[in-house]
Design a protein around this ligand. Structure first.
Ligand code: BDP
Length: 329
C-alpha cells in the first residue's frame, strides 16, 4: 500500500516536471547566462566558449544558454539575480557592481591602473583575489577577469583636451556614485543611466556625451550620434565572468574544477579577442569620420579627479589597504 502510494507520487512529480519544462523551453538544470552585449563581441564569444567547454567536459550533465543583448534585464538587476541564484552566470563590468560589493569599487577609481597589462597582472594576483573574496562574500564566484580596455569620453559638442572641456557637458555614466563624482570633479553634469538608453539619449540631446571603450562605443553605434572621441583613458575597469554561488554550491568538486578551468580558458580567449576588436573598432569609427584626439599628457585629468579618491576613502576607510595594494603595484 505504502509502495503504491510512493510510485503514484513519483509519477505525478515527473509529469509536473515535464509540464514545467515545456513551459520554460529550457531543459532542467540548463543554466541561464546574462550578457549585455551583441552576439558579435569578445565578451559574448568568451561566454559561449565557457558554456561549450563546461557542457563538453561534463558530457552534457551541465549545460546552459547565454542570453545576449541585455534581454534578461539591466545590469544592476542582473547582478542581483546572480546573487540570488535566479540567473546562473553573467559577465559584469565591475563598474556597476560597487553598490553590491564594495571591494569592486577600488577598480572603478580613475587611473588606479597604469595600463591594461598592469590590470591583468593585478587582477590575476593578490589584489584580484581580494576583490574575488569580496564577491564571494556577496554570493558571486568570480571565474576570471575579462578585458574591457580603457574608457574614454565621447560627445557631440567638441573634442576634450583638458578637464575644462568637460565643464557644462551632460555626461552619461554607469550606475555608481563614483562616476558621478568623477564627472562633477571636472564641472560636468553626470547622469547615471542604463547602457541600453544611451543611444537614444545622445541622439535626442538628453545627454551630450558618455564614456566607454572603443568596442562599446562602436558596437552600440554611439559614434554615429557623438562623433568626438577623446582618448582620456581615465578608467580601466575589468569585467567579471561571474557565477552564482547558489549554482556553484550545487556542483560536485569535480564539476567545480571543470567550471574553474573553463573560466580560465574563456578568460584567455576573451583577452585575446579583445585586442583585435579594439583595433577593428577604432578603424570603424575613424572610417566613419569620427574625430579622435589623443591626450598625451593625462596629468591634468588625474589631478582633477583626485578628490574622487578622498571622498571614496572617507566613506570606505576599511578599503584603504586594498587601494594601497592596487596603487603600490
Ligand atoms: C561596457 C561594459 C558593459 C557596461 C557598459 C556601460 O562592457 O558591461 O554596461 O560599458 O557603459 O564597456 O554601461
Amino acid at each position: 500500500m505504502v509502495k503504491k502510494f510512493t510510485r503514484t507520487m513519483m509519477t505525478s512529480g515527473a509529469i509536473a516536471a515535464s509540464v514545467l519544462l515545456a513551459a520554460n523551453a529550457v531543459s532542467a538544470g540548463e543554466w541561464r547566462g546574462w550578457n549585455i552585449h551583441v552576439e558579435e563581441y569578445p565578451v559574448s564569444h568568451g561566454m559561449e566558449a565557457f558554456i561549450a567547454e563546461v557542457t563538453e567536459k561534463t558530457d552534457g550533465a551541465l549545460s546552459g544558454k547565454v542570453y545576449h543583448g541585455g534581454v534578461l534585464g539591466s545590469q544592476p538587476d542582473a547582478i542581483e539575480q546572480v546573487r540570488l541564484g535566479a540567473l546562473d552566470f553573467g559577465v559584469f563590468s565591475l563598474g556597476p557592481m560597487g553598490q553590491a560589493v564594495p571591494e569592486t569599487n577600488v577598480v572603478s577609481l580613475p587611473f588606479i591602473f597604469k595600463s591594461v597589462p598592469d590590470m591583468y597582472r593585478l587582477m590575476d594576483g593578490e589584489a584580484g583575489e581580494a576583490v574575488s573574496a569580496g564577491l564571494a562574500a556577496k554570493g558571486i564566484i568570480a571565474l576570471g577577469y575579462y578585458d574591457a580596455g580603457a574608457r574614454s569620453f565621447y560627445n557631440s559638442k567638441n573634442p576634450i583636451n583638458t578637464p575644462d572641456d568637460v565643464k557644462g557637458l551632460k555626461v552619461r555614466v554607469m550606475n555608481n556614485d563614483l562616476f558621478v563624482g568623477m564627472v562633477e570633479s571636472m564641472g560636468g553634469n553626470a547622469t547615471p543611466m542604463a547602457f541600453a538608453e544611451v543611444y537614444q539619449s545622445l541622439k535626442t540631446g538628453v545627454v551630450d556625451g558618455a564614456e566607454n571603450n572603443p568596442p562599446s562605443y562602436e558596437s552600440t553605434n554611439h559614434y554615429e550620434v557623438a562623433s568626438f572621441y577623446s582618448l582620456s583613458q581615465h578608467l580601466i575597469i575589468p569585467e567579471c565572468l561571474c557565477m552564482s554561488k547558489k549554482t556553484w554550491d550545487g556542483l560536485t568538486a569535480d564539476q567545480q574544477e571543470v567550471v574553474r578551468e573553463a573560466g580560465r580558458k574563456s578568460t584567455a580567449l576573451q583577452r585575446e579577442l579583445w585586442q583585435a576588436r579594439e583595433a577593428a573598432s577604432m578603424k570603424t569609427v575613424l572610417d566613419a569620420g569620427v574625430v579622435v584626439n589623443e591626450i598625451e599628457d593625462k596629468s591634468a585629468f588625474q589631478a582633477a579627479m583626485t578628490p574622487v579618491y578622498a571622498q571614496f576613502l572617507e566613506a570606505n576607510p576599511e578599503l584603504s589597504d586594498l587601494v594601497d595594494l592596487f596603487k603600490a603595484n
